[in-house]
Write a protein that binds this ligand. Structure first.
Ligand code: EPU
Length: 420
């Protein structure tokens, strides 16, 4: 992986259509679930198609602190955790990313206890953890806070029927980790059905877990006493794919994401078609712009609805659609940090609470903007690719956390993008 420097920036000469084919990396979020999953077994685990992004390195470092041997070789990660040597990973590492909190469920499942401070992650709104704790408690664990750290103890977890107030993605994964080795049957009602959660459950099944219903809102787990090693491949990143498809729309281009899974992108494909973009979905997904874009309304909601992570990129694309578009964010309460940055490029875009109103079709011109979180950064890239002239994108370490080779991929599509 490239070594991000704090002052690294992208310089983009926009205004030209993106054209060509690109293959996306393994899913960032799905890959982030596989490392904690590998802690659940004493046998070796091989993970393939893992994206070369900063968050994976951080999470590998955290797993090493609890006893895992982790080797990263390109997109293959080899993990072996013969014994858990600590159930309290260092607070400063946990604070670096959101997925680190999955060590709670993984350590609880493997070692019967875990202590973690609240995790870090993008500042995109209130990100409570109640769903995780309700799940742990229903399985018989005690959960207490003390000294800024959450402590969970459950040496003998028992299956239970658990209702989630909200279908939290990481909450579902964490509770699955605790439930796979609990005694008896666990049913999670209102679980997250995201493809990344479904894949994680597939990985656990490949390790000997008994799970059914994953990929739907009701997941049933029959506890097993022990999990074994596996050799498992991570699914393609639907959010990276969506970003390139909306970049194609924004620039009036023609892009095929060769390994995109159409079934993971129903909401994106439907929205692109509504925007007047021709979409071919079969072998990958191809978006071809054949005329002016049309304005649309988008609601960012849990899967299979339109992903909150693609809200900023679609909003950037909609600045090119003459007329009024509306994006309603219904997952996070601080997802709209990108709006001011797009205004610097000339976009006519405002927020009204969680609603973003875009008067599209005006001219975008190059400027200096900041990538304020991963997806806000993606929105600035999409808009800069569509803007006339030169744009500079600062704080691209956020983009490095989510996109393995943004510059290489966009260059392959004909973009003029340099990293300085
Ligand atoms: N929520 C609760 N209670 C909880 C947990 C969450 O009410 O206990 C609510 C939150 O307030 C929020 C909503 O649920 O409104 C979504 O949170 P969720 O827990 O589902 O999100 P997450 O698991 O923390 C993952 C991804 C995010 C992605 C969301 C939603 C990872 C590491 N992160 O976060 O990805 O936006 O699911 O799909 O998997 C990104 O990739 O840039 C990113 C932020």
């Amino acid at each position: 992986m490239l070594c991000p420097m704090p002052n690294d920036r992208y310089v983009i000469h926009g205004g030209a259509p993106l054209r060509g084919e690109v293959a996306v990396s393994g899913s960032k979020n799905a890959a982030l679930y596989t490392l904690p999953a590998a802690l659940l077994t004493a046998e070796p685990v091989v993970l393939r198609n893992v994206p070369r992004i900063a968050d994976i390195d951080e999470l590998a470092e955290i797993c090493r602190t609890v006893g895992a041997n982790v080797e990263i070789d390109g997109t293959t990660v080899r993990m072996h955790t013969p014994a858990i040597t600590s159930t309290a990973p260092p607070a400063e590492l946990i604070a670096r990313l959101r997925a680190s909190f999955l060590l709670m469920g993984a350590l609880l499942g493997r070692a019967g206890e875990a202590s973690c401070p609240p995790p870090g992650g993008d500042v995109i709104g209130a990100r409570p953890l109640d769903v995780h704790f309700v799940g742990f408690k229903m399985l018989g664990a005690t959960v207490e806070a003390g000294g800024g750290v959450w402590h969970a103890r459950g040496p003998a977890l028992c299956g239970a029927r658990i209702f989630f107030d909200y279908p939290s993605v990481l909450g579902t994964v964490n509770v699955l980790f605790a439930a796979v080795r609990a005694e008896g049957e666990t049913v999670i009602v209102n679980a997250a059905p995201e493809p990344e959660v479904e894949m994680l459950a597939d990985m656990l099944v490949s390790m000997g877990a008994s799970i059914r219903g994953h990929g739907t809102p009701t997941i049933t787990v029959e506890g097993v006493p022990v999990l074994h090693g596996t050799d498992f491949e991570v699914i393609p990143d639907r959010l990276e794919a969506g970003t390139y498809l909306f970049a194609a729309a924004a620039t009036g281009g023609d892009v095929r994401v060769t390994n995109a899974v159409p079934g993971h992108l129903d909401s994106v494909i439907a929205k692109l078609r509504e925007m007047g973009v021709q979409v071919d979905a079969g072998e990958g997904v191809r978006a071809t712009v054949t005329g002016p874009l049309l304005p649309v309304q988008v609601q960012a909601v849990p899967y299979p609805g339109f992903a909150t992570d693609l809200h900023p990129p679609v909003a950037a694309a909609l600045t090119r659609a003459p007329g009024m578009s509306i994006v309603h964010e219904r997952v996070y309460d601080n997802r709209t940090l990108y709006v001011n940055e797009l205004r610097k490029l000339g976009a006519r875009i405002i927020t009204a609470g969680q609603i973003v109103i875009i008067e599209g079709g005006g001219r975008l011109t190059g400027s200096t903007v900041r990538a304020l979180d991963i997806r806000a950064g993606a929105a600035t890239v999409v808009a800069a690719l569509a803007a006339e002239g030169e744009s500079t994108i600062l704080d691209i370490h956020h983009l490095d956390r989510g996109y393995a080779d943004l510059q290489g991929q966009l260059s392959a599509l004909g973009a003029r993008i340099e990293r300085r």
